[in-house]
Design a protein around this ligand. Structure first.
Ligand SMILES: NC(=O)c1ccc[n+]([C@@H]2O[C@H](COP(=O)([O-])OP(=O)(O)OC[C@H]3O[C@@H](n4cnc5c(N)ncnc54)[C@H](OP(=O)(O)O)[C@@H]3O)[C@@H](O)[C@H]2O)c1
Length: 257
């Protein structure tokens, strides 16, 4: 079935005649790393739910997928909105029945200025997207993966080099990505009992809209300004598809007395 969505029509589903086996959700799927990962998962036979704020790139990717006989569902979503994330997961559960993989990828940056010059709304924008948005999607995925049968699934958070090491003038982004590391560890621990596994990729410099300015030179920790090497986002996609294909092992706690 192919439908043309409107702003009131939250989802756009294509080619559901194929019985989906493994179902993935990619946030920020309309561009950059999210788009590369969604494309790789589709090529690997996953049914992929594509989420992001802008409908058009999601629908274009879904249309491209169906043309290749793949299963895709574009669901325009703002990950900073609890209502929008709830609607996304309600759609996944109603239309596809379960979720096996969340690639928690949607993220934003702030202008590189000394922190005393940074408007507070930029701080909130980064934290709301990179931390609260990642938490809201992980929380909803955790709930669905816990409820579904067979129980379990995989959550891969997109961190950054900034999850461990800052660049100059990146306080909000660095703080947000450090928070993602804490969230990943908590999901990995809390998910054990429910066969929910969590991991994180901390990449540096895949060429995307977000990182393009680095090709022109960015401030370094030693005070110099230098362009940084970039890799193709498909290498990130290859890393994610590798993690996605790893086996799950149900955790069996053993306590010595
Ligand atoms: N590129 C790199 O070198 C690099 C390095 C380390 C980490 N990362 C991380 O990789 C992730 C993807 O970044 P990218 O480089 O691929 O940049 P990008 O092309 O700008 O992708 C960011 C994606 O997030 C989506 N997004 C932003 N705010 C959103 C919201 N509130 N709700 C839903 N979707 C939202 C955007 O789509 P809409 O605007 O349509 O919503 C966009 O598709 C980010 O988390 C970033 O921190 C990138």
């Amino acid at each position: 079935m192919t439908r043309h969505p409107s702003i009131n029509d939250r989802s756009f589903i294509v080619n559901t005649s194929t019985s989906p086996t493994r179902i993935a959700l990619v946030t920020g799927a309309g561009s950059g790393i999210g788009r590369a990962v969604a494309t790789a998962l589709l090529d690997d036979g996953w049914s992929v739910v594509l989420a992001g704020r802008r409908a058009e790139p999601l629908q274009a990717l879904a249309a491209q997928a169906v043309a290749c006989g793949q299963v895709a569902l574009a669901v325009p979503t703002d990950v900073t909105s609890p209502e929008s994330v709830d609607a996304l997961f309600a759609t996944i559960e109603q239309r596809l029945g379960r979720l096996d993989l969340l690639f928690n990828n949607a993220g934003v940056n702030a202008p590189a200025v000394p922190m005393d010059e940074l408007p507070l709304e930029k701080w909130f924008s980064v934290l709301n997207t990179n931390v609260t948005g990642v938490f809201l999607c992980a929380r909803a995925a955790f709930g669905l993966m816990r409820r579904q049968s067979p129980q379990g699934g995989r959550i891969i958070n997109n961190g950054s080099v900034s999850a461990t090491t800052p660049r100059p003038f990146t306080a909000p982004y660095t703080a947000s990505k450090h928070a993602v590391s804490g969230l990943t560890k908590s999901i990995a621990l809390d998910g054990r009992a429910f066969n929910i596994v969590a991991s994180q990729i901390d990449i540096g410099n895949a060429l995307t809209e977000l990182s393009e300015r680095m090709t022109r030179g960015v401030l370094q920790a030693n005070g110099s300004t230098a362009p940084e090497p970039m890799m193709d986002a498909r290498h990130v996609a290859d890393a994610v598809r590798h993690i996605a294909a790893l086996p799950h092992c149900r955790w069996a706690p053993t306590f010595s007395t």
